[in-house]
Design a protein around this ligand. Structure first.
Ligand code: GLN
Length: 261
């Protein structure tokens, strides 16, 4: 079996360490004998490339880089991304990436940047004097098919731990939140929502990187991608997650949230 991992604009959108999500997916494939190649989706790629990948990974970026990406993604690439995501290609989009999948992003300085409108959400930076949302974030996966599938996998409700670092605030329209904030800011620090979930796309403010800290999410992405590609349910070979679980234990202990584990 093989999977193609599409990585959005690695040169422009790797400010916050989210490349760890790509490494995690690739490594978990290799450990299981699944071939995983990385396809860089960037300014040089043509639109078709966005549709030939089995999983899409997009990381965070600073406002300037984000603007370059958002401009490059208009037209045929935007259409290809929309078809891929609406068609159910699984993906994990962190921080700056969900902002560009929404309708627009208003940076602290300069003009509003049009997004792709794939997710019904908008993001606004309240200005340079406003507090940045920085720190550990813990959230519970909100009711959704994802929540049910993770519950089946884990035999307990899925709780995510990550690290957020954003100025922009995101407000959801008609799209489900990814999670309910237990600790931290999440989308905007006001309404208790974190991220968004649409078809098989996970949008989140959670860096970490997210997947090595929450390996069950990585496996959900792999399992979903394999099922779509090979048209049958594929049980993933279990892996030793003890190191990740130790890291989670340390994190939850520090945050006084051991009761959630
Ligand atoms: N530019 C965005 C913001 O500050 C995204 C930051 C990020 O990706 N961490 O909100």
């Amino acid at each position: 079996m093989e999977l193609k991992l599409g990585w959005l604009y690695p040169k422009l959108m790797s400010t916050y360490g989210d490349r760890g999500n790509v490494i995690c997916l690739q490594q978990r494939c290799q450990w299981r004998g699944i071939e995983a190649s990385i396809v860089e989706l960037d300014r040089e790629s043509n639109a078709n490339a966005f549709q030939t990948v089995d999983i899409i990974v997009g990381g965070g970026a600073q406002d300037r880089q984000q603007e370059i990406v958002m401009r490059d993604l208009q037209g045929a690439k935007a259409q290809a991304m929309r078809e891929a995501i609406d068609g159910g290609t699984p993906g994990v989009f962190t921080c700056g990436s969900p902002q560009l999948l929404g309708h627009y992003y208003e940076p602290a300085l300069g003009q509003r940047i049009e997004g792709l409108g794939i997710l019904d959400l908008v993001s606004k930076h309240p200005g340079l004097e406003a507090k940045r949302c920085i720190g550990n974030v813990v959230f519970e996966i909100a009711a959704s098919p994802l929540a049910e599938e993770l519950q089946e996998m884990l035999q307990t409700p899925a709780t995510i731990v990550g690290f957020e670092n954003h100025g922009g605030r995101t407000y959801l329209g008609n799209v489900s939140p990814l999670g309910k904030v237990i600790q931290g800011y999440g989308n905007n620090g006001e309404d208790g929502t974190e991220g968004a979930f649409h078809r098989n796309a996970i949008a989140t403010y959670s860096h970490g990187p997210l997947l090595p800290k929450n390996p069950f999410l990585a496996d959900w992405l792999l399992q979903t991608a394999l099922k779509r590609k090979y048209n049958r349910a594929i049980a993933l070979q279990p892996l030793d997650n003890s190191l990740a679980m130790q890291a989670r234990f340390a994190m939850f202990k520090r945050l006084n949230l051991l009761n959630l584990l």
